[in-house]
Design a protein around this ligand. Structure first.
Ligand SMILES: Cc1ncc(COP(=O)(O)O)c(C=O)c1O
Length: 433
């Protein structure tokens, strides 16, 4: 059916109003008073909802939201409940636009190329499932891609597009330098000229490796391969400049390192890809701009998207990247060295320059009672942390368990000294059994 014909079938029910009598957009801004005066470390714990006696060393998985941002999130929720129609049909779009503008400028992107979405998972699903692959094309992931991304490429090529091949690049430890990674990509792209899209990690998880994405974008483009970057951990941890990087698409979570409520992420795409990008759901705005289509995903909670901007305000009030990552990366380095030296443990075998600023890996010896299997991941957590007020994340990487420490502004060296004590007791007991 032709578009004009189809449009005639559609009821004219505009979701978004531009004005309404006596409606005024409310001013919501983060209260940053006194924030810059609180020293980094334990003193900042009171700014977060974490149990105050918890030594939380896993900010990387889900983030944690500052109380000031939570209060604003609550304010928006209250405003929405006061008049749901006016919130959904009028205010929400304007608040989302404001957030989008600030996020775009933080990553040096044109606002029209940025869409707000719930999480990196949604971002990568949108990209992979909408790209117009031709039969016989291939998509490239790696052995250190995020697990759910590997599921996506597997499911996509098995169930949705069995005519598209999944090619999997093995990246194993040790990694000598960035050039070794670049050479691996050169090799696989030459060997498989049907690769059309490479999914690159910016910071791998859980292995916490910073991949040389600027160099990889160049290699991929020189072979005519598009690059979609999984930057789930990037924003807030590494400087981002979309205009300079010139990837094809990039997604990142503000709910990890930018203090936003969960459900706050963006997808960026280069302008030439506008025609094939679609939002996760087809909804009311099908005939309208991509911006409107991403905004109107049915009755949804926009507040976490809106609050992405307030997470950034909190980040900036703490001193922005220089202040925040200046503190966290130094503490992460010092804590990492202290733990490895004190416990006689090894780090991930990669160059220091490729370690994520805020996340470091420490390799466990083999525990006879806990062979390295998926089932033992949580058994080990319980045995190690179950009776303590400390929590870090343990993950298997290439046949060894590692503990990944995440460092946030509420952590201080004392937290890692306590971790060292717990680890020492555990290692003494369990490596000998
Ligand atoms: C590298 C990487 N990609 C994707 C994701 C998925 O992020 P989300 O669960 O917010 O969608 C994560 C989450 O930790 C990640 O670390």
């Amino acid at each position: 059916m032709a578009l004009g014909e189809f449009k005639k079938q559609m009821p004219n029910l505009a979701l978004v109003l531009t004005s309404y009598p006596n409606h005024h957009l409310q001013e919501h801004e983060l209260d940053t008073s006194g924030l810059a005066d609180i020293p980094f470390g334990r003193g900042l714990m009171k700014e977060f909802g974490l149990k105050q006696d918890l030594i939380f060393l896993n900010h990387g998985s889900y983030g944690t939201v500052p109380n000031r941002v939570l209060r604003l999130q609550h304010e928006y929720n209250v405003e929405r409940e006061e008049h749901p129609d006016l919130f959904y049909r009028l205010s929400a779009k304007q608040y989302v636009d404001k957030a989008k503008q600030e996020i775009a400028s933080f990553i040096n992107a044109k606002v029209e190329n940025v869409m707000l979405i719930s999480n990196a998972t949604t971002g990568f699903n949108c990209l992979v499932k909408n790209y117009p692959f031709k039969s016989g094309d291939a998509i490239l992931d790696t052995s250190i891609s995020y697990g759910s991304v590997m599921n996506l490429t597997y499911d996509f090529t098995r169930r949705l597009r069995p005519d598209v091949e999944r090619i999997h690049l093995e990246i194993s430890l040790p990694i000598k330098d960035e050039d070794e990674i670049v050479a691996k990509y050169e090799e696989i792209l030459t060997k498989h000229p049907n690769i059309k899209v490479a999914l690159l990690d910016h910071i791998t998880s859980p292995s916490s490796i910073v991949m040389p994405i600027a160099k990889l974008v160049k290699v991929c483009h020189s072979k005519g391969v598009l690059v979609f970057v999984d930057g789930a951990h990037s924003i807030g941890q590494l400087p981002l400049d979309m205009e300079a990087l010139q990837a094809d698409a990039f997604t990142s979570n503000l709910h990890k390192w930018c203090y936003a409520p969960r459900g706050s992420a963006f997808i960026w795409f280069a302008e030439q890809h506008r025609n094939w990008i679609h939002p996760p759901n087809t909804s009311w705005q099908l005939m309208h701009s991509l911006d409107m289509q991403f905004f109107d995903q049915g009755t949804r909670d926009h507040v976490s998207l809106i609050c992405g901007r307030h997470g950034l305000q909190f980040y900036n009030a703490l001193g922005g990247m220089e202040g925040v990552v200046g503190y966290t990366s130094k503490l992460a380095q010092d804590a990492h060295s202290m733990l490895c030296e004190k416990l006689g443990l090894e780090r991930l075998d990669i160059p220091a320059a490729m370690e994520a600023p805020n996340m470091k890996m420490i390799k466990f010896p083999q525990f006879p009672n806990y062979p390295v299997t998926e089932e033992n991941v949580w058994a080990l957590h319980k045995a190690l942390f179950g009776d303590s007020n400390i929590f870090g994340i343990i993950a298997p990487v290439q046949a060894f368990f590692y503990i990944r420490i995440s460092v946030q502004v509420y952590n201080e060296m004392e937290d890692f000294v306590k971790l060292a004590d717990i680890l020492k007791t555990f290692l003494d007991k369990y490596t000998k059994e």
